[in-house]
Design a protein around this ligand. Structure first.
Ligand SMILES: *Cc1c(COP(=O)(O)O)cnc(C)c1O
Length: 498
């Protein structure tokens, strides 16, 4: 075992791999036994929060990330950080915290695609590039992604013109919003490729999985100098950068006097794949004085039920909501929490097999006790809209539909407790990204045209429309490939080899 994170190694949550270096874990993405990589020991914060509070976002990112990515040199890690967190973000602070009413909002939506995925997907390409070099991987990396809208765009922005990488995104032709489709089809970069498939998101996802499991095809690509990889949120290279902003937010609040030294701060996180809130759990495990972690779901409340009953059961109807990035029934990163809670790969493996076979599992009572850091709740559609309306009326601040769910759950918790503890509401998307839903919640007229909706919202909120919106509106359409589900592999070949 490592001491003080001097030589951090990773192992699979299912026990099949051990002593994997950080850079190799990033290149591999998933462990060979299908598990996720976790650090063999949680590192501790090395300096005082007062010291951290003096640092810029980039310098703090270095201090935190170096504890996890111990085989990166300082030069390599700073190169990744400085390449990612630059003027691609519209605020110098990268992740500002604003106080409105009784909440602190941690704004994670100032990147290129106006959603929190940018926090990790801006840096992953550079971590990947350095990791490949360290492991003497010669081939070009090809990122293959199926998207229901947000991840694909954020991954393309991140990987755009990063040398040594190509990125291919498949999206369901009629399954993304007009704004999202335009965002993707106007994507710049010589190494970006987009195809609309004639099918739904599940078809796109299964098609990508099929390509990943076609070993003969991958061999063929390797011979031509291409190695397939994934930018999915199970990569440890996406988790680690997300820990940084929790430390950053706490330090800012302490420095400005909003928090006394060591005072407990709750965090309410709009949750889908359980990546963002897991980063909060890691930050707490490292010694950050976070209190309860509020796991906020929408009507797809599989996680709320899990935390309340100890039973995870994905056999239930799927609801399409106005917070689409949380419409998820299998939260992949929960596997990491199960591993940490049980510290038992054997048990974790068994639960994941049950999930695969029966779509359901129950955790032990001992494990349930280890989950007391979490409170879980969910916001119904009407509660989310009401919260957008109410927050705007009281403070003039506009919430996006995902953040609104986190606010609803923070309010539920305060009500149950009979008092309001200090709470960070994690804001995962710009309301401009969901202008029509937001206008409706504000009881304003909703124009048919997305861009008119965005302008109408600007008049109310008075925050300038972010530059990337204009670029999408005015950008030329560069991608027009459409293919059938059967032809996805052929489409990959076409993009890479012709
Ligand atoms: C992805 C996403 C989420 C969910 O985050 P997880 O890490 O998957 O739990 C919430 N809100 C928005 C806007 C997102 O894009």
């Amino acid at each position: 075992m490592s001491s003080k994170g001097e030589n951090m190694v990773y192992q699979s949550t299912r026990g099949g791999e051990e002593n994997v270096s950080p850079s190799l874990a990033i290149v591999q993405g998933l462990a060979k036994d299908g598990g996720l990589f976790v650090p063999q020991e949680m590192p501790k914060l090395e300096k005082s929060l007062e010291d951290y509070a003096e640092l810029s976002y980039q310098d703090l990112a270095y201090e935190i990330m170096k504890l996890y990515l111990t085989d990166f040199t300082e030069e390599e890690l700073r190169y990744c950080i400085n390449s990612a967190y630059d003027d691609k973000f519209s605020t110098k602070e990268i992740a500002p915290v604003v106080k409105k009413g009784d909440s602190y909002y941690l704004e994670l939506f100032h990147g290129r695609t106006l959603a929190f995925k940018d926090m990790a997907l801006s840096i992953l390409p550079y971590l990947m590039k350095v990791s490949c070099k360290k492991n003497q991987i010669q081939e070009k990396i090809v990122i293959l992604t199926a998207t229901s809208g947000d991840t694909g765009k954020a991954a393309m922005e991140g990987f755009c013109d990063v040398d040594g990488c190509e990125i291919i995104v498949f999206y369901p032709k009629d399954g993304v919003s007009p704004f999202q489709e335009r965002q993707m089809r106007a994507q710049k970069g010589e190494n970006t490729h987009v195809a609309a498939i004639l099918g739904n998101f599940d078809d796109a996802q299964s098609g990508v999985k099929k390509i990943f499991s076609d070993k003969a095809y991958q061999e063929k690509l390797l011979e031509k100098g291409y190695r397939l990889s994934s930018a999915n949120s199970i990569n440890i290279g996406r988790l680690v950068p997300q820990i940084v902003y929790y430390v950053y937010a706490y330090c800012r609040l302490q420095k400005s006097g909003e928090l006394k030294a060591g005072e407990s701060l709750n965090a309410s996180v709009p949750t889908g794949n359980f990546g963002n809130i897991l980063a909060a759990y890691c930050a707490k495990g490292m010694g950050l004085p976070l209190g309860k972690l509020l796991c906020a779901s929408n009507d797809n409340k599989v996680l709320t039920d899990f935390f309340r009953t100890g039973i995870y059961d994905k056999n239930r109807p799927f609801h399409v909501t106005t917070s689409p990035s949380m419409d998820i029934l299998i939260s992949s990163n929960l596997e990491r929490l199960l591993y940490f809670a049980g510290e038992n790969a054997e048990e974790c493996k068994k639960l994941m097999e049950e999930l695969k076979d029966k779509g359901k599992y129950r955790i032990s009572e001992a494990m349930e006790k280890e989950l007391k850091d979490f409170y879980s709740g969910y916001g119904k559609e009407a509660e989310g809209s009401h919260s957008i309306f109410q927050t705007y009326k009281e403070t003039g601040y506009v919430l996006d539909p995902h953040t609104a769910v986190a606010k609803v759950v923070a309010d539920h918790y305060a009500y149950e407790q009979g008092r309001r503890d200090k709470c960070l509401v994690v804001s995962t998307a710009s309301p401009y990204k969901f202008s029509q839903t937001v206008l409706k919640a504000l009881k304003e007229p909703v124009p048919q045209d997305v861009f008119e909706g965005i302008e109408a919202l600007e008049k109310l909120w008075k925050e300038p429309i972010p530059a990337p919106v204009k670029e999408v509106e005015e950008g030329e359409i560069r991608h027009s490939t459409v293919c059938s589900v059967e032809d996805m592999e052929a489409t990959v070949s076409h993009f890479l080899l012709s």
